[in-house]
Design a protein around this ligand. Structure first.
Ligand code: RFL
Ligand code: PHB
Length: 388
Protein backbone atom coordinates (compact mmCIF):
# COMPACT_ATOMS: atom_id res chain seq x y z
CA UNK A 1 0.00 0.00 0.00
CA UNK A 2 1.40 3.41 -1.08
CA UNK A 3 1.61 5.96 1.71
CA UNK A 4 2.16 9.73 1.43
CA UNK A 5 2.01 12.66 3.84
CA UNK A 6 0.89 16.26 3.60
CA UNK A 7 -0.13 19.12 5.86
CA UNK A 8 -3.69 19.64 4.58
CA UNK A 9 -5.57 16.87 2.74
CA UNK A 10 -8.27 18.43 0.56
CA UNK A 11 -11.21 16.31 -0.61
CA UNK A 12 -12.87 17.62 -3.80
CA UNK A 13 -11.59 19.62 -6.78
CA UNK A 14 -14.56 21.95 -7.16
CA UNK A 15 -14.07 25.69 -6.70
CA UNK A 16 -13.71 25.34 -2.90
CA UNK A 17 -11.00 22.64 -2.96
CA UNK A 18 -9.03 24.12 -5.87
CA UNK A 19 -9.09 27.67 -4.50
CA UNK A 20 -8.08 26.44 -1.04
CA UNK A 21 -5.20 24.52 -2.62
CA UNK A 22 -3.93 27.69 -4.34
CA UNK A 23 -4.35 29.86 -1.24
CA UNK A 24 -2.35 27.31 0.77
CA UNK A 25 0.30 27.11 -1.93
CA UNK A 26 0.78 30.90 -1.79
CA UNK A 27 1.00 30.66 2.02
CA UNK A 28 3.66 27.93 1.74
CA UNK A 29 1.43 25.19 3.16
CA UNK A 30 1.47 21.69 1.59
CA UNK A 31 -1.72 20.08 0.35
CA UNK A 32 -2.91 17.11 -1.67
CA UNK A 33 -6.27 17.31 -3.48
CA UNK A 34 -8.26 14.11 -4.01
CA UNK A 35 -11.08 14.26 -6.58
CA UNK A 36 -13.50 11.44 -7.34
CA UNK A 37 -14.22 12.40 -10.96
CA UNK A 38 -11.87 12.69 -13.94
CA UNK A 39 -10.50 16.01 -15.17
CA UNK A 40 -12.78 16.28 -18.22
CA UNK A 41 -15.88 15.80 -16.08
CA UNK A 42 -14.80 18.41 -13.53
CA UNK A 43 -13.86 20.93 -16.21
CA UNK A 44 -17.11 20.62 -18.11
CA UNK A 45 -19.68 20.85 -15.33
CA UNK A 46 -21.89 23.86 -16.11
CA UNK A 47 -22.89 25.79 -13.04
CA UNK A 48 -22.61 29.32 -11.67
CA UNK A 49 -21.79 32.46 -13.62
CA UNK A 50 -21.56 35.50 -11.36
CA UNK A 51 -18.49 36.36 -9.24
CA UNK A 52 -18.55 38.83 -6.36
CA UNK A 53 -15.66 41.27 -6.08
CA UNK A 54 -14.34 39.29 -3.08
CA UNK A 55 -14.09 36.14 -5.22
CA UNK A 56 -12.35 38.07 -8.00
CA UNK A 57 -9.93 39.51 -5.41
CA UNK A 58 -9.06 36.03 -4.14
CA UNK A 59 -8.35 34.80 -7.67
CA UNK A 60 -6.11 37.84 -8.06
CA UNK A 61 -4.35 37.10 -4.75
CA UNK A 62 -3.41 33.60 -5.99
CA UNK A 63 -2.41 34.91 -9.43
CA UNK A 64 -5.15 33.04 -11.28
CA UNK A 65 -6.93 35.99 -12.86
CA UNK A 66 -5.16 36.63 -16.18
CA UNK A 67 -7.98 35.17 -18.33
CA UNK A 68 -10.63 36.45 -15.93
CA UNK A 69 -9.30 39.99 -16.42
CA UNK A 70 -9.38 39.56 -20.20
CA UNK A 71 -12.67 37.73 -20.62
CA UNK A 72 -14.73 38.48 -17.50
CA UNK A 73 -17.65 40.86 -18.07
CA UNK A 74 -17.97 43.55 -15.40
CA UNK A 75 -21.64 44.28 -14.70
CA UNK A 76 -22.74 47.47 -12.96
CA UNK A 77 -26.28 46.28 -12.25
CA UNK A 78 -29.16 43.89 -13.03
CA UNK A 79 -32.70 44.33 -14.25
CA UNK A 80 -35.81 43.13 -12.45
CA UNK A 81 -38.81 42.58 -14.76
CA UNK A 82 -42.45 42.29 -13.68
CA UNK A 83 -45.88 43.33 -15.00
CA UNK A 84 -44.42 43.96 -18.43
CA UNK A 85 -41.75 46.46 -17.34
CA UNK A 86 -38.01 46.23 -16.64
CA UNK A 87 -36.46 48.11 -13.73
CA UNK A 88 -32.74 48.58 -13.29
CA UNK A 89 -30.89 48.10 -10.00
CA UNK A 90 -27.68 50.05 -10.42
CA UNK A 91 -25.04 48.53 -8.11
CA UNK A 92 -22.37 51.05 -8.94
CA UNK A 93 -24.64 53.97 -8.14
CA UNK A 94 -26.20 52.36 -5.04
CA UNK A 95 -23.18 50.75 -3.36
CA UNK A 96 -20.19 51.65 -5.54
CA UNK A 97 -19.44 48.03 -6.45
CA UNK A 98 -19.86 45.65 -9.39
CA UNK A 99 -19.97 41.91 -10.13
CA UNK A 100 -18.10 39.96 -12.82
CA UNK A 101 -19.73 37.45 -15.14
CA UNK A 102 -17.27 34.58 -15.69
CA UNK A 103 -18.38 30.95 -15.68
CA UNK A 104 -17.58 28.53 -12.88
CA UNK A 105 -16.38 26.21 -15.63
CA UNK A 106 -13.70 28.76 -16.55
CA UNK A 107 -12.73 29.37 -12.89
CA UNK A 108 -12.29 25.62 -12.45
CA UNK A 109 -10.20 25.26 -15.62
CA UNK A 110 -7.94 28.17 -14.63
CA UNK A 111 -7.45 26.78 -11.10
CA UNK A 112 -6.64 23.26 -12.33
CA UNK A 113 -4.11 24.65 -14.78
CA UNK A 114 -2.50 26.77 -12.04
CA UNK A 115 -2.35 23.80 -9.66
CA UNK A 116 -0.66 21.59 -12.23
CA UNK A 117 1.74 24.42 -13.16
CA UNK A 118 3.05 24.71 -9.58
CA UNK A 119 3.38 20.94 -9.36
CA UNK A 120 1.26 20.42 -6.23
CA UNK A 121 -0.54 17.04 -6.19
CA UNK A 122 -4.05 16.80 -7.60
CA UNK A 123 -5.34 13.24 -7.88
CA UNK A 124 -8.31 12.68 -10.20
CA UNK A 125 -10.39 9.49 -10.10
CA UNK A 126 -9.62 8.86 -6.45
CA UNK A 127 -12.29 6.31 -5.52
CA UNK A 128 -13.72 5.36 -2.11
CA UNK A 129 -12.10 8.24 -0.22
CA UNK A 130 -12.55 7.60 3.53
CA UNK A 131 -11.58 9.82 6.47
CA UNK A 132 -10.06 8.24 9.58
CA UNK A 133 -9.15 9.64 12.98
CA UNK A 134 -10.43 13.17 12.32
CA UNK A 135 -11.33 13.53 16.00
CA UNK A 136 -7.74 12.68 17.03
CA UNK A 137 -4.32 14.30 16.47
CA UNK A 138 -3.19 12.44 13.36
CA UNK A 139 -5.94 11.95 10.77
CA UNK A 140 -5.45 9.96 7.59
CA UNK A 141 -7.38 9.27 4.41
CA UNK A 142 -7.57 6.10 2.40
CA UNK A 143 -8.57 5.90 -1.27
CA UNK A 144 -8.29 3.69 -4.30
CA UNK A 145 -6.58 4.76 -7.50
CA UNK A 146 -5.80 2.47 -10.46
CA UNK A 147 -6.88 -0.52 -8.37
CA UNK A 148 -4.29 0.19 -5.64
CA UNK A 149 -5.13 1.26 -2.10
CA UNK A 150 -3.44 4.48 -0.94
CA UNK A 151 -3.01 6.16 2.44
CA UNK A 152 -2.65 9.91 2.84
CA UNK A 153 -1.51 11.07 6.29
CA UNK A 154 -2.09 14.70 7.21
CA UNK A 155 -2.42 17.32 9.96
CA UNK A 156 -5.88 18.48 8.84
CA UNK A 157 -8.63 17.48 6.41
CA UNK A 158 -10.54 20.07 4.35
CA UNK A 159 -13.89 18.64 3.26
CA UNK A 160 -14.60 20.48 -0.02
CA UNK A 161 -16.52 17.63 -1.61
CA UNK A 162 -19.91 19.21 -2.19
CA UNK A 163 -23.35 18.32 -0.93
CA UNK A 164 -23.09 14.58 -1.73
CA UNK A 165 -19.52 14.18 -0.51
CA UNK A 166 -18.11 11.92 2.18
CA UNK A 167 -16.86 14.65 4.54
CA UNK A 168 -20.08 15.83 6.16
CA UNK A 169 -21.29 12.24 6.32
CA UNK A 170 -18.20 11.28 8.34
CA UNK A 171 -19.24 13.56 11.20
CA UNK A 172 -21.38 11.68 13.78
CA UNK A 173 -25.00 12.67 13.12
CA UNK A 174 -25.75 13.62 16.72
CA UNK A 175 -23.03 16.33 16.56
CA UNK A 176 -24.61 18.09 13.58
CA UNK A 177 -27.60 20.37 13.40
CA UNK A 178 -29.06 20.72 9.91
CA UNK A 179 -31.56 23.22 8.51
CA UNK A 180 -33.30 22.44 5.24
CA UNK A 181 -35.83 23.99 2.88
CA UNK A 182 -36.79 22.51 -0.47
CA UNK A 183 -38.74 24.57 -2.98
CA UNK A 184 -41.62 23.10 -5.01
CA UNK A 185 -39.96 23.78 -8.38
CA UNK A 186 -36.65 23.61 -10.25
CA UNK A 187 -34.75 25.64 -12.84
CA UNK A 188 -34.61 24.43 -16.41
CA UNK A 189 -31.35 25.83 -17.80
CA UNK A 190 -30.24 26.21 -21.41
CA UNK A 191 -26.84 27.21 -22.78
CA UNK A 192 -26.53 28.39 -26.40
CA UNK A 193 -23.98 30.08 -28.62
CA UNK A 194 -26.07 33.17 -29.33
CA UNK A 195 -25.54 36.78 -28.20
CA UNK A 196 -27.25 37.61 -24.88
CA UNK A 197 -30.69 39.27 -24.89
CA UNK A 198 -29.35 42.25 -22.99
CA UNK A 199 -25.96 43.45 -21.79
CA UNK A 200 -27.01 42.80 -18.16
CA UNK A 201 -28.82 39.97 -16.36
CA UNK A 202 -32.63 40.12 -16.32
CA UNK A 203 -34.51 38.48 -13.42
CA UNK A 204 -38.20 38.20 -14.33
CA UNK A 205 -41.16 37.50 -12.03
CA UNK A 206 -43.97 36.45 -14.38
CA UNK A 207 -47.40 34.90 -13.87
CA UNK A 208 -46.16 31.84 -15.83
CA UNK A 209 -43.16 31.58 -13.48
CA UNK A 210 -39.66 32.98 -12.96
CA UNK A 211 -37.15 33.44 -15.81
CA UNK A 212 -33.52 34.60 -15.91
CA UNK A 213 -31.44 35.87 -18.81
CA UNK A 214 -27.73 35.44 -18.12
CA UNK A 215 -24.61 34.92 -20.19
CA UNK A 216 -21.11 33.50 -20.32
CA UNK A 217 -19.63 35.81 -22.95
CA UNK A 218 -20.80 38.25 -25.66
CA UNK A 219 -21.42 35.17 -27.81
CA UNK A 220 -22.74 32.65 -25.30
CA UNK A 221 -26.04 32.95 -23.42
CA UNK A 222 -27.36 31.14 -20.36
CA UNK A 223 -31.10 31.20 -19.64
CA UNK A 224 -33.28 29.62 -16.98
CA UNK A 225 -37.00 29.15 -16.47
CA UNK A 226 -38.84 28.01 -13.37
CA UNK A 227 -40.06 24.47 -14.05
CA UNK A 228 -41.37 21.40 -12.27
CA UNK A 229 -38.69 19.45 -10.37
CA UNK A 230 -39.58 16.30 -12.32
CA UNK A 231 -39.72 18.15 -15.65
CA UNK A 232 -38.97 15.80 -18.57
CA UNK A 233 -36.42 17.36 -20.91
CA UNK A 234 -37.99 15.55 -23.89
CA UNK A 235 -41.03 17.77 -23.39
CA UNK A 236 -38.87 20.86 -23.75
CA UNK A 237 -37.48 21.07 -27.28
CA UNK A 238 -35.38 24.21 -27.75
CA UNK A 239 -38.17 26.08 -29.57
CA UNK A 240 -40.53 25.67 -26.62
CA UNK A 241 -37.91 27.04 -24.21
CA UNK A 242 -37.21 30.05 -26.42
CA UNK A 243 -40.95 30.82 -26.69
CA UNK A 244 -41.37 30.55 -22.93
CA UNK A 245 -38.35 32.78 -22.32
CA UNK A 246 -39.70 35.48 -24.65
CA UNK A 247 -43.05 35.46 -22.87
CA UNK A 248 -41.62 35.58 -19.37
CA UNK A 249 -38.73 37.97 -19.97
CA UNK A 250 -40.71 40.27 -22.26
CA UNK A 251 -37.76 40.63 -24.65
CA UNK A 252 -36.91 39.16 -28.01
CA UNK A 253 -33.59 37.38 -28.26
CA UNK A 254 -31.45 35.60 -30.82
CA UNK A 255 -32.22 31.89 -30.61
CA UNK A 256 -30.15 28.89 -31.63
CA UNK A 257 -29.52 25.23 -30.81
CA UNK A 258 -28.87 24.43 -27.14
CA UNK A 259 -25.45 23.07 -26.23
CA UNK A 260 -26.59 22.07 -22.75
CA UNK A 261 -29.97 21.63 -21.12
CA UNK A 262 -30.70 20.45 -17.56
CA UNK A 263 -33.05 20.79 -14.62
CA UNK A 264 -31.63 21.71 -11.19
CA UNK A 265 -33.61 21.50 -7.95
CA UNK A 266 -33.69 24.50 -5.61
CA UNK A 267 -32.89 24.09 -1.95
CA UNK A 268 -31.63 25.91 1.10
CA UNK A 269 -29.50 23.85 3.49
CA UNK A 270 -27.08 24.56 6.33
CA UNK A 271 -25.21 22.07 8.50
CA UNK A 272 -23.63 23.28 11.75
CA UNK A 273 -20.89 23.33 12.92
CA UNK A 274 -18.49 23.35 9.95
CA UNK A 275 -15.82 21.52 11.92
CA UNK A 276 -15.32 18.19 13.64
CA UNK A 277 -11.92 17.80 15.30
CA UNK A 278 -9.37 18.16 12.49
CA UNK A 279 -11.97 18.02 9.70
CA UNK A 280 -13.14 21.40 8.33
CA UNK A 281 -16.02 21.68 5.84
CA UNK A 282 -16.12 24.38 3.14
CA UNK A 283 -18.56 25.23 0.33
CA UNK A 284 -21.48 23.02 -0.70
CA UNK A 285 -20.27 20.31 1.70
CA UNK A 286 -21.73 22.46 4.49
CA UNK A 287 -24.42 24.58 2.85
CA UNK A 288 -26.59 24.99 -0.25
CA UNK A 289 -28.41 28.08 -1.48
CA UNK A 290 -30.99 28.29 -4.26
CA UNK A 291 -29.23 29.83 -7.29
CA UNK A 292 -31.42 32.95 -7.43
CA UNK A 293 -28.89 35.16 -5.64
CA UNK A 294 -25.86 33.66 -7.48
CA UNK A 295 -24.25 32.96 -4.11
CA UNK A 296 -23.21 29.24 -4.13
CA UNK A 297 -19.78 29.62 -5.66
CA UNK A 298 -19.14 32.90 -3.87
CA UNK A 299 -19.91 31.35 -0.49
CA UNK A 300 -17.48 28.54 -1.25
CA UNK A 301 -14.87 31.27 -1.86
CA UNK A 302 -15.57 33.14 1.38
CA UNK A 303 -15.36 29.90 3.41
CA UNK A 304 -12.00 29.23 1.78
CA UNK A 305 -10.87 32.74 2.61
CA UNK A 306 -11.48 32.17 6.34
CA UNK A 307 -10.07 28.64 6.26
CA UNK A 308 -6.90 29.53 4.37
CA UNK A 309 -6.20 32.42 6.76
CA UNK A 310 -6.69 30.02 9.67
CA UNK A 311 -4.24 27.44 8.29
CA UNK A 312 -1.72 30.15 7.47
CA UNK A 313 -1.83 31.45 10.99
CA UNK A 314 -1.55 27.89 12.37
CA UNK A 315 1.56 27.12 10.31
CA UNK A 316 3.23 30.53 10.54
CA UNK A 317 2.86 31.19 14.22
CA UNK A 318 1.43 28.01 15.72
CA UNK A 319 -1.73 29.96 16.53
CA UNK A 320 -4.99 27.92 16.57
CA UNK A 321 -7.25 30.86 17.29
CA UNK A 322 -8.55 31.29 13.70
CA UNK A 323 -9.01 27.53 13.24
CA UNK A 324 -11.13 27.51 16.40
CA UNK A 325 -13.10 30.53 15.15
CA UNK A 326 -13.51 29.21 11.57
CA UNK A 327 -16.95 27.60 11.88
CA UNK A 328 -18.62 30.54 13.58
CA UNK A 329 -16.96 33.14 11.32
CA UNK A 330 -17.93 31.29 8.14
CA UNK A 331 -21.46 30.54 9.35
CA UNK A 332 -22.15 34.19 10.19
CA UNK A 333 -21.68 35.05 6.50
CA UNK A 334 -23.36 31.86 5.26
CA UNK A 335 -26.62 32.63 7.08
CA UNK A 336 -26.79 36.13 5.58
CA UNK A 337 -26.33 34.70 2.07
CA UNK A 338 -28.96 32.05 2.89
CA UNK A 339 -31.36 34.81 3.86
CA UNK A 340 -30.72 36.81 0.72
CA UNK A 341 -31.05 33.78 -1.59
CA UNK A 342 -34.27 32.66 0.12
CA UNK A 343 -35.71 36.19 -0.02
CA UNK A 344 -34.95 36.70 -3.71
CA UNK A 345 -36.28 33.21 -4.51
CA UNK A 346 -39.49 33.92 -2.55
CA UNK A 347 -40.05 37.28 -4.25
CA UNK A 348 -39.46 36.19 -7.84
CA UNK A 349 -40.98 32.70 -8.24
CA UNK A 350 -44.53 31.60 -8.78
CA UNK A 351 -45.70 29.75 -5.67
CA UNK A 352 -49.39 30.56 -5.50
CA UNK A 353 -52.58 31.39 -7.35
CA UNK A 354 -52.17 34.96 -8.72
CA UNK A 355 -55.32 35.97 -6.78
CA UNK A 356 -53.99 34.81 -3.41
CA UNK A 357 -52.85 37.04 -0.58
CA UNK A 358 -49.32 35.63 -0.92
CA UNK A 359 -49.12 36.58 -4.60
CA UNK A 360 -50.23 40.13 -3.75
CA UNK A 361 -47.52 40.27 -1.08
CA UNK A 362 -44.92 39.33 -3.72
CA UNK A 363 -46.19 42.11 -5.93
CA UNK A 364 -46.14 44.61 -3.08
CA UNK A 365 -42.56 43.59 -2.31
CA UNK A 366 -41.54 44.14 -5.95
CA UNK A 367 -43.33 47.52 -6.11
CA UNK A 368 -41.63 48.56 -2.89
CA UNK A 369 -38.25 47.46 -4.24
CA UNK A 370 -38.42 49.48 -7.43
CA UNK A 371 -39.92 52.51 -5.67
CA UNK A 372 -37.46 52.69 -2.79
CA UNK A 373 -33.78 53.53 -3.06
CA UNK A 374 -33.27 52.04 0.42
CA UNK A 375 -34.75 48.70 -0.68
CA UNK A 376 -32.72 48.65 -3.91
CA UNK A 377 -29.60 49.46 -1.89
CA UNK A 378 -30.24 46.43 0.34
CA UNK A 379 -30.56 44.21 -2.74
CA UNK A 380 -27.41 45.69 -4.30
CA UNK A 381 -25.37 45.36 -1.10
CA UNK A 382 -26.19 41.65 -0.84
CA UNK A 383 -25.90 40.88 -4.57
CA UNK A 384 -22.38 42.32 -4.89
CA UNK A 385 -21.43 40.38 -1.74
CA UNK A 386 -21.30 41.24 1.94
CA UNK A 387 -17.82 42.01 3.29
CA UNK A 388 -15.53 39.39 4.84
P1 RFL B 1 -18.64 21.32 -5.88
O1 RFL B 1 -18.52 22.22 -7.04
O2 RFL B 1 -19.83 20.43 -5.82
O3 RFL B 1 -17.31 20.43 -5.85
C1 RFL B 1 -17.18 19.31 -5.01
C2 RFL B 1 -16.17 18.38 -5.65
O4 RFL B 1 -15.98 17.27 -4.80
C3 RFL B 1 -16.00 16.09 -5.58
N1 RFL B 1 -16.38 14.96 -4.70
C4 RFL B 1 -15.51 14.06 -4.21
N2 RFL B 1 -14.19 13.92 -4.37
C5 RFL B 1 -13.59 12.89 -3.72
N3 RFL B 1 -14.26 11.99 -2.95
C6 RFL B 1 -15.59 12.11 -2.76
N4 RFL B 1 -16.26 11.23 -2.00
C7 RFL B 1 -16.27 13.18 -3.40
N5 RFL B 1 -17.56 13.60 -3.43
C8 RFL B 1 -17.60 14.66 -4.22
C9 RFL B 1 -16.98 16.37 -6.68
O5 RFL B 1 -16.79 15.53 -7.81
C10 RFL B 1 -16.67 17.83 -6.97
O6 RFL B 1 -15.66 17.95 -7.95
O7 RFL B 1 -18.59 22.10 -4.49
P2 RFL B 1 -17.79 23.43 -4.05
O8 RFL B 1 -16.37 23.36 -4.45
O9 RFL B 1 -18.18 23.66 -2.64
O10 RFL B 1 -18.42 24.59 -4.97
C11 RFL B 1 -19.74 25.01 -4.80
C12 RFL B 1 -20.33 25.43 -6.14
O11 RFL B 1 -20.02 24.48 -7.13
C13 RFL B 1 -21.84 25.56 -6.02
O12 RFL B 1 -22.19 26.28 -4.87
C14 RFL B 1 -22.47 26.26 -7.19
O13 RFL B 1 -22.14 25.72 -8.43
C15 RFL B 1 -23.98 26.17 -6.99
N6 RFL B 1 -24.67 26.42 -8.20
C16 RFL B 1 -24.77 27.69 -8.60
N7 RFL B 1 -24.24 28.68 -7.83
C17 RFL B 1 -24.31 29.94 -8.22
O14 RFL B 1 -23.77 30.82 -7.53
N8 RFL B 1 -24.97 30.26 -9.39
C18 RFL B 1 -25.50 29.30 -10.21
O15 RFL B 1 -26.03 29.59 -11.24
C19 RFL B 1 -25.43 27.95 -9.82
N9 RFL B 1 -25.93 26.98 -10.59
C20 RFL B 1 -25.19 25.36 -8.96
C21 RFL B 1 -25.82 25.67 -10.19
C22 RFL B 1 -25.09 24.03 -8.55
C23 RFL B 1 -25.62 23.00 -9.31
N10 RFL B 1 -25.52 21.66 -8.78
C24 RFL B 1 -25.88 20.47 -9.41
C25 RFL B 1 -24.99 21.43 -7.47
C26 RFL B 1 -26.32 24.65 -10.97
C27 RFL B 1 -26.23 23.31 -10.54
C28 RFL B 1 -26.80 22.28 -11.46
C1 PHB C 1 -25.79 31.89 -14.40
O1 PHB C 1 -25.33 32.64 -15.27
O2 PHB C 1 -25.68 30.66 -14.47
C2 PHB C 1 -26.52 32.47 -13.25
C3 PHB C 1 -26.51 33.84 -13.06
C4 PHB C 1 -27.21 34.39 -11.99
C5 PHB C 1 -27.88 33.56 -11.13
C6 PHB C 1 -27.86 32.19 -11.31
C7 PHB C 1 -27.19 31.64 -12.38
O3 PHB C 1 -28.57 34.10 -10.09
Amino acid sequence: MAEIRTQVAIIGAGPAGLLLGQMLHVAGVDSVILERQDRTYVENRIRAGVLEQGTVDMLHEVGVDARLKREGLVHDGVEIAFLGKRHRVDFRDLVGKTVTVYGQTEVTRDLIEARLAVGRPLVFEAADVAIHGADGDAPWLTYRKDDALHTLRCDYVAGCDGYHGVSRQTIPRHLLRTYDRTYPFGWLGILADVPPASHELIYAAHERGFALASMRSPRRSRYYIQSRIDERLEEWPDERIWEELKLRLGVSMTTGPSIEKSVAPLRSFVSEPMRWGRLFLAGDAAHIVPPTGAKGLNLAASDVYYLSRAFRSRYRSGDDYLLDAYSSMALARVWKAERFSWWLTSMLHKFHDPDSFEARMQLAELEYLIGSRAARTALAENYVGLPY
